[in-house]
Design a protein around this ligand. Structure first.
Ligand code: 26V
Length: 816
């Protein structure tokens, strides 16, 4: 952006003055005695002031126009740091850098002091954060609603190769981005019983007499879009007890009892559930879900009534998107508020509910589909359980009325699961209570139609639709890879920054220019050197930045098949030892990711990665041709350092299991080549990039399904047919990597051969062959870098701006 030098000087001076004023009057420090953290706070507050101006303008505008609002309900927002995000979107990054240099403060160093806001587990939470940024960029009048967890996702330490979970404390030094709203407060109730009463007009009503009430208090964080265009709000709820202290009990001498109730109430927003899709939640999880849903619905209905005379037009003015089933109790809660609190008739309320709500599904894994025991629901939310029974009864009656008497069909579409103890199926509830049900990639949406929701899909054939995920290019390119961004702007013009979806493809011809390819490779080398320094600092391993960086970073899960990658690592290790003279491609295998605390198999895989790393990295015959690194505590900030430095992106889930994946897109955008299965959004990536620009291998989802039906999970056949696979399994099983405990992996390998649920053995040879193609390509540098440039050039469609535009047009009807 060219700018008059004088104007720019004035902006730099203004920002410097603003930071100094914040340091003095808000932080209470003298510049000569300020710590780095004081500077961070002062800079953040100065940046926040800029946002607030836009925020108020924007909010006033939405009110004035009566613009339709979008509410994104999500139990997770995996935000990361906000300093560069805010400065960059406000166009203040260079100005701030210069202003601070004048003060002798290094912005790069200060930026590292900000803790990640890790209010999410993985893909689903990060998607919510990307969507918030895109909604602001596109001017969608959006509000994110969630929980202000005091502790985000646990910190992962690696001790003797094992994962250890440590408490995360992101709020320890305060949070300069948020505004506490002590006046925005709602009572949220639990438990008790429901009574049928007859009102003065002889109408029967249900009255809920809860046994427990807590308060939800709002905390608002402004979310600024690209170029500061519009600023939306992320409103997170904190739980507080009704009374800070039970005084009667305290006075009676029961000092612990007096605070126990407070602790019980406030535990609701104490900590993020650290499980991903492996563990059903418990009672506290349901309390969290209901707590934030109830507060958010109260808040948005109140806002609606501020600008409208009635709730009858709610669906015209508000769209509520449910991020997975976690907020799906919203179906019953919206009905309850409309019927019990606002006195609407059931049918009217139902029509409003369905027209307002929409549901996104993020996983088909059966163990991840939420169900709640009927007994628990009856105890915690008795009125909601009644409402759910009523919804179910009307639904089943209407099907019978249409002639549907097939018990299998009726059982499949029921809200109550009968065979496994009686449980409420939250997926079916979300489906019935929404006008739109979407998947997050083409394949995933297809599988929703043919598997979990097949019967409901037959009844409502127009309801399921696809919205392939995307990522915000502001964070995942401009901020995390400013060097590459500068190169792209240099070739394609500054307009690129405002329209990467349209203009990135203009990079294609540069793939043919040797000089540009060299520059592209040289830039990658810079990022790799920076990552090599981080690796050395964090795990003490020296890696060669000229080697191929082969990266798999994501939650550790059996279906994501980090173990398959480790098996390849072992095969490669054995091959190098067997033929040390061959012209091997030097490689660094980089792994990172957290395992759910109770997911033993995933934790064992982390230990195996560390065991293999120790053996391989210290074997002199390998001569550094292969290094293995497990980087601890994967989070958004670490991802920002790793992704620009990757040559090869591993996206190797069993086909049919990864709903979309989004790191695949981040890597592709930054010019890494993908080795992957035809799963999730890899399929769409293949469509856009061309098959010849990816390394696709392995069984397709259809083949996986076929093998499943043939009962084919035994891997004895695969092992017998492959010497290489056999050698790998023998080595791991026999303790080559665990001499201190030779049988550590016997169980893991035995279960893999007898019941290979995720088909690692079945895909092993194909994966090995694909890895050889990767090496052949790497040897041909021209070819490699041509492909890399084309990856960046063709990723424009994967912008979350495109995704949000599709939601806004097809589901929300919310584009101006
Ligand atoms: C489930 C549970 C259940 C118990 C308690 C905590 C908890 C937390 C999260 C989940 C569901 C995880 C689902 C998820 O993250 N899916 C991912 O969504 C991404 C965005 O759509 C997608 O790219 C990934 O493929 C998909 O795995």
């Amino acid at each position: 952006m060219s700018q008059e030098p004088l104007v720019r000087d004035a902006e730099v001076a203004d920002f410097r003055a603003a930071v100094l004023a914040k340091l003095t009057y808000a932080v209470g420090k003298d510049p000569d005695h300020a710590f780095d953290h004081d500077w961070f706070e002062a800079i953040a507050l100065a940046a926040r002031d800029h946002m607030v101006e836009h925020w108020m303008d924007h909010t006033r505008q939405i009110y004035r126009k009566g613009q339709k609002r979008v509410y994104y309900l999500s139990l997770e927002f995996l935000i990361g740091r906000l300093l560069y995000d805010s400065l960059s979107n406000l166009g203040l990054l260079d100005i701030a850098r210069e202003a601070l240099t004048d003060l002798g403060v290094d912005l790069e160093r200060i930026r590292l002091l900000e803790p990640d806001a890790a209010l999410g587990n993985g893909g689903l939470g990060r998607l919510a954060a990307c969507f918030m940024e895109s909604m602001s960029t596109l001017g969608v009048a959006a509000h994110g609603y969630g929980i202000r967890y005091e502790h985000g996702l646990f910190r992962q330490a690696i001790v003797d190769g094992w994962q250890q979970e440590q408490t995360e404390n992101w709020l320890n030094f305060g949070n300069p981005w948020e505004f506490e709203r002590p006046e925005v407060i709602y009572p949220i109730s639990f438990g008790g019983h429901v009574e049928t009463v007859t009102d003065s007009e002889g109408q029967q009503k249900q009255v809920w007499w809860p046994s427990e009430t807590v308060r939800a208090i709002a905390y608002d964080t402004p979310v600024v879009g690209w170029r500061g265009s519009s600023v939306n709000t992320l409103r997170l709820w904190r739980a507080r007890a009704i009374e800070d202290l039970h005084l009667e009990r305290f006075n009676a001498g029961d000092h612990l009892g007096a605070v126990a109730e407070v602790a019980r109430a406030e535990s609701i927003s104490r900590v993020l559930y650290p499980a991903d899709s492996t563990e059903a939640g418990q009672e506290l999880r349901l309390r969290q879900e209901y707590f934030f849903v109830s507060a958010s619905l109260h808040d948005l209905l109140r806002r609606h009534l501020n600008g409208n005379d009635s709730l009858l037009n709610l669906a015209d003015k508000a769209a509520i998107q449910l991020n997975d089933t976690h907020p799906s109790i919203a179906v019953a809660e919206l009905m309850r508020q409309l019927v019990d609190e606002y006195g609407l008739a059931w049918d009217t309320a139902w029509e409003i509910t369905v027209n307002t709500l929409a549901y996104t599904n993020h996983t088909l894994l059966p163990e991840a589909l939420e169900t709640w025991p009927v007994g628990l629901m009856e105890r915690m939310l008795p009125r909601h359980m009644q409402i759910i029974y009523l919804i179910n009864a009307y639904h089943i009656d209407s099907l019978r009325a249409k002639g549907q008497h097939d018990v299998d069909v009726l059982r499949a579409v029921s809200l109550i699961e009968e065979d496994n103890g009686r449980r409420v199926r939250m997926g079916n509830l979300a489906f019935l209570g929404s006008h739109s049900v979407n998947g997050v990639s083409g394949l995933h949406t297809q599988l929703m139609r043919s598997t979990v929701f097949s019967e409901l899909h037959k009844l409502y054939p127009d309801r399921i639709n696809n919205k392939t995920n995307g990522i915000t290019f502001r964070r995942w390119l401009y901020q995390s890879n400013s060097e590459l961004t500068a190169m792209l702007v240099d070739k394609l013009g500054p307009e690129l920054l405002d329209n990467p979806e349209g203009l990135l493809k203009n990079l294609e011809p540069f793939a043919e220019q040797p000089e540009f390819r060299r520059a592209f490779a040289a830039q990658r080398l810079n990022s790799k050197k920076a990552l090599a320094r981080i690796i050395h600092e964090r795990v003490g391993v020296t890696v060669n930045p000229e080697a191929m960086f082969d990266v798999q970073v994501k939650r550790i899960h059996e279906y994501k098949r980090q173990l398959l990658n480790l098996m390849h690592t072992v095969a490669l290790y054995q091959a190098i030892r067997a033929e040390p003279e061959t012209d091997w491609v030097p490689r660094v295998k980089i792994f990172a990711g957290k395992a759910a605390a109770s997911y033993h198999q995933a934790k064992l895989i982390i230990k195996l990665a560390n065991d293999i790393a120790r053996v391989v990295n210290n074997d002199p015959t390998v001569r550094g041709l292969l290094k293995v690194v497990f980087l601890p505590n994967y989070n958004v900030s670490l991802a920002e350092s790793i992704i620009p430095a990757a040559d090869l992106s591993e996206q190797i889930s069993t086909a049919g299991y990864e709903a979309s994946g989004t790191s695949n897109m981040k890597f592709g955008l930054n010019g890494a080549l993908t080795i992957g299965t035809l799963d999730g959004a890899n399929v769409e990536m293949c469509d856009f990039l061309g098959k010849e620009n990816m390394f696709i291998f392995g069984m397709t989802a259809a083949q996986v399904e076929e093998r499943k039906h043939a009962g084919g999970f035994s891997a004895y056949g695969d092992v017998a047919a492959s010497h290489r696979l056999n050698d790998v399994l023998q080595a791991i099983r026999g303790g080559v990597f665990s001499p201190d405990d030779p049988s550590r992996y016997a169980g893991l390998i035995d279960s893999l051969t007898s019941y290979d649920r995720f088909l690692l053995c079945a895909d092993f040879d194909a994966y090995w062959d694909a890895q050889r193609k990767v090496e052949d390509t790497w040897h041909d540098a021209d070819k490699w870098w041509r492909m890399a440039v084309l990856n960046t050039a063709r990723m424009g469609w994967f912008s979350s701006d495109r995704t949000i535009r599709e939601y806004a047009q097809d589901i929300w009807q919310a584009l101006e």
